[in-house]
Ligand binder design. Structure first.
Ligand SMILES: O=P([O-])([O-])O[C@@H]1[C@H](O)[C@H](O)[C@@H](O)[C@H](O)[C@H]1O
Ligand SMILES: [Mg+2]
Ligand SMILES: [Mg+2]
Length: 260
């Protein structure tokens, strides 16, 4: 794939071609090697909001690699935002990065850990890559071109209400990005969460849509990626049913001005 300075993607085949599988293998090695060492854990906004040096290292590797090719592109990266960078999604070409989605899993060596990269132009996600490092599964999607896992096309399930399974905090892989890929793969019918961030779901949102699924806000209507609320489902019927079951609340938005 070629992404030009204006963010237009040309000659696209698979989004992972941007960095090549070599780059993703490098990230996989960083994550796997860190799993063999002691992982020093730090906290961010609360005692359950964890970060490790590996989260920071992977984010820096991705940003440096993209900047070499696209110096004018913008970034919204989980760890950069934690370090004080702004979190505003504009119309400019923007890479939305979660370097390790599933940090709590990673700290416990629970084997669902993903690198999630979404690329947005005009506030619309153009392609998304979710790499499940320990499963060695590369989920990819390009808008209008379908969704894939290791090159195999993905399709959401056709299950109806009576036999559906959905993921939320109580039953889930512990990573929003992989939860969304499970919907896209047809393993579960729906996933919802309130409190996620744009970097958790940017790539996964496109992967779900391109696999034939639907996105909805937890009160119905269009998803706003900065609103920190999402339903991803195999069908509108199941998404609407979840809207009736969920008690919604509004966490502070990702693009809310910082408190004084
Ligand atoms: O912090 P992180 O591990 O990148 O991301 C978290 C994971 O996706 C988790 O499954 C979800 O429940 C949280 O809302 C996210 O913040
Ligand atoms: Mg995350
Ligand atoms: Mg993370």
């Amino acid at each position: 794939m070629v992404v030009d300075e204006g963010g237009t993607c040309r000659g696209w085949r698979n989004p992972e071609e941007h960095h090549g599988t070599g780059f993703m293998n490098q990230l996989q090695s960083v994550v796997r090697e860190a799993l063999l060492d002691d992982r020093a854990v730090m906290t961010k906004s609360s005692s359950v909001d964890l970060v490790t040096q590996t989260d920071q290292k992977v984010e820096q590797l991705i940003i440096q690699s993209v900047k070499e090719k696209f110096p004018t592109h913008r970034f919204i990266g989980e760890e950069s935002v934690a370090a004080g960078e702004s979190c505003v999604l504009t119309d400019c070409p923007t890479w939305i990065i979660d370097p390790i989605d599933g940090t709590t899993n990673f700290v416990h060596a629970f084997p669902f850990v993903a690198v999630s990269i979404g690329f947005s132009v005009n506030k619309q996600v153009e392609f998304g890559v979710v790499y499940s490092c320990l499963e060695d599964k590369m989920f990819t999607a390009r808008r209008g071109k379908g969704a894939f896992c290791n090159g195999q096309p993905l399709e959401v399930s056709e299950c109806f209400l009576s036999s559906c399974m959905f993921l939320c905090r109580l039953r889930g892989a512990g990573t929003a990005a992989i939860n969304m890929c499970l919907v896209a793969s047809g393993c579960v019918e729906a996933y919802y969460e309130i409190g996620i961030h744009v970097w958790d779901v940017a790539a996964g949102s496109l992967i779900v849509c391109e696999a034939g699924g639907v996105l909805m806000d937890v009160e119905g209507g269009k998803v706003d990626l900065m609103s920190r609320r999402i339903i991803a489902a195999n069908s509108r019927t199941i998404a609407e049913r979840l809207v009736r079951e969920i008690a919604p609340f509004r966490p502070p938005r990702d693009d809310a001005p910082p408190p004084n």
